[in-house]
Design a protein around this ligand. Structure first.
Ligand code: MUC
Ligand code: MG
Length: 391
């Protein structure tokens, strides 16, 4: 290897020899699927979910699938569907075309050198690379990244119709169907007292055996949080998710320290660095893991490692992805040593239809992935064409 090659290698982090299997083409499509009912969060009401579907074609004829999805346009996270598509088409694809498709770590390292932030888009690309590699080696992604410790993952349901009677009816029906036994209630749109009374009523109606958590999605300030978390705790609510602004990390530590009810960091814990800082200050007794926030499955495992080391419990979160993103999340959550709070990987159930031929199975309050290499998912192109954004 001459000096220029070594310099090139140091610059790119990618072996300069011509790879045997290259990334040949990347196709991104914006797909929009209606939700089964309006899904009301503190910052957005969702009537559709918009996903960027990624198809990554390699020179050995393998195709990897990925998904880049956010919630409520730009109201939840820093990336929009249109922005994620643009980031991939104009910045990530030109960087990685012709590179070694079999070296996922090196390709992601290269992307991280030249594309800052944009973890949602990067996660979609990493998923597609892992899916292609899994198909190539005939291994499910979970095996590629360490191996599945659990086959089935517990899945809760989110009550977010905005109407308390409807939420109670929905919850009771899903308990009777044995589809879910844990519910998360979205709050933060109303006066805190209205929300707390509403949640306490739902908890009472669903019964003592049913766990009920709340997600405030940052809607409260610290003193409001202190007043109303006390009431939620007194009413037997099991977990409080992201009550205050995502960057009020010290506030999260104070609340975690003060209350007995576990406090979960969601928006606050996105990257590996966030996890390290929050773990140092104990900002949260539970971390919500999401592959989109972390920038991929491998970073999600790193965050889980930090949490394990700090005795912080784990929860498998969602960006309300469709089947591709949900399957990718499930593969990495299957590999974790501990997942005390289960998952919320119900995204496909919130949508009226699907774009895959191999749906995920939900029964007995758990999710089961389809078997097969990579993600185990096959795209249905007729459905993609049907739901592709037209303008
Ligand atoms: C969030 O903040 O947890 C997850 C489930 C859901 O309904 O919304 C998301 C976002
Ligand atoms: Mg949340």
């Amino acid at each position: 290897m001459d000096l220029t090659e070594i310099q090139k290698e140091q610059q790119n982090g990618v072996t300069p020899q011509t790879p045997k299997v290259t990334i040949d083409r990347i196709e991104t499509t914006i797909v929009e699927l209606p939700t089964i009912r309006p899904h009301k969060l503190s910052m957005a009401v969702m009537n559709i979910q918009t996903m960027v579907i990624i198809r990554l074609f390699c020179s050995d004829d393998t195709e990897g699938l990925g998904e880049a999805t956010t919630i409520g346009g730009m109201s939840y996270g820093p990336e929009s569907p249109e922005g994620m598509k643009l980031t991939i088409d104009k910045y990530i694809a030109p960087l990685i075309l012709g590179k070694d498709a079999t070296n996922v770590g090196a390709v992601m390292h290269l992307i991280n050198q030249y594309v800052k932030g944009n973890t949602f888009a990067k996660n979609g690309i990493e998923t597609a690379l892992l899916d292609a590699q899994g198909k190539r080696l005939n291994l499910p992604i979970s095996k590629l990244i360490g191996g599945a410790i659990r086959e089935e993952l517990p899945v809760l349901w989110v009550l977010a119709s905005g109407d308390t009677d409807k939420d109670i009816e929905e919850g009771k029906r899903l308990i009777a169907e044995k589809r879910h036994n844990t519910f998360k209630i979205k709050i933060g749109r109303n006066h805190p007292q209205v929300d707390v009374d509403r949640v306490s009523r739902i908890k009472k109606e669903l019964g003592n055996d049913i766990k009920v958590t709340v997600d405030v999605n940052q809607a409260w300030n610290e003193s409001t949080a202190k007043k109303y978390i006390q009431q939620l705790q007194d009413n037997g609510i099991d977990l409080i998710e992201q009550p205050i602004a995502q960057d009020n990390w010290d506030g999260l530590s104070r609340l975690t320290d003060f209350f007995e009810v576990p406090i979960m960091a969601d928006e606050a814990v996105a990257t590996v660095r966030d996890a390290f800082r929050l773990a140092q200050n104990r900002g949260g007794s539970v971390f919500a893991l999401k592959i989109a926030k972390a920038g991929g499955l491998i970073n999600t495992q790193k965050i889980a490692g930090i949490a394990d080391g700090a005795d912080i419990a784990l929860y498998g979160g969602t960006m309300l992805e469709g089947t591709i993103g949900t399957a990718a999340s499930a593969h990495v959550f299957q590999t974790l040593n501990t997942l005390s709070w289960g998952t919320e990987l119900f995204g496909p159930l919130l949508l009226v239809d699907d774009i895959v031929k191999t749906p995920i199975k939900y029964e007995n309050c758990a999710l089961k992935l389809p078997e097969g290499p990579g993600l185990g998912i096959e795209l249905d192109m007729n459905q993609v064409n049907k739901y592709q954004r037209k303008n």
